[in-house]
Ligand binder design. Sequence first.
Ligand code: 6GU
Length: 225
Amino acid sequence: MRIDIITCLPSLLESFFAASILKRAQDKQLVTVQLHDLRAYAINKHRQVDDYAFGGGAGMVLMIEPIAKCIRALQEKQAYDEIIYMTPDGELFTQKQANSLSLKKNLIILCGHYKGVDDRVRQHFVTREISIGDYVLSGGELAAAVVADAVIRLIPGVLSDETSALTDSFQDNLLAPPVYTRPAEFEGMKVPEVLLSGHEANIEKWRSEQSLERTKKRRPDLLQY
Ligand code: 6GU
């Protein structure tokens, strides 16, 4: 998979993609993440990428020319399955969307900033608009990092235990069960007996029950469908 991220603030994302699981995924060549500084595609000598909104009002709007130039330069090298625009008025991001995006080959993620992008970008270039929740961030960069992380960890081979993404919370609309590690007893607090029993079937049954219990208590909304 290849993910190209277009942003005015590449430095904000550099360290994120250079660390941990995301670094390992790139080292193993399971994914290529490339950051593109929108300013490099500016069309005037001031390196300008935003301008005042027609009709007035506070806030700057990202201009269409630098974005079009950047997207077209990328499209000359490879075709894209989706051009995603990160925006608080997009579709809410869920595990289901992460699953579907993890099956794609090439993605562009465009980060909005200031008051957003010229709407013609959304009409003519963007194929999917995503929000990560009902709150407003100052830019799409953190949201893009969230989406890329959720997608990349689902690519086969990225997680060391191939099955571990399947047992994540939300993967089956249930929260994950509690987990424990050594010591089996800490200051009188004991690990549930069944987990020490070695009885696989009983352990699976216990985990299913705990998942359902937790979901009922914490996120009953996940069960109503
Ligand atoms: Cl994708 N962008 C911004 N700026 N704010 C957000 C968001 C995205 N998702 C939730 N809030």
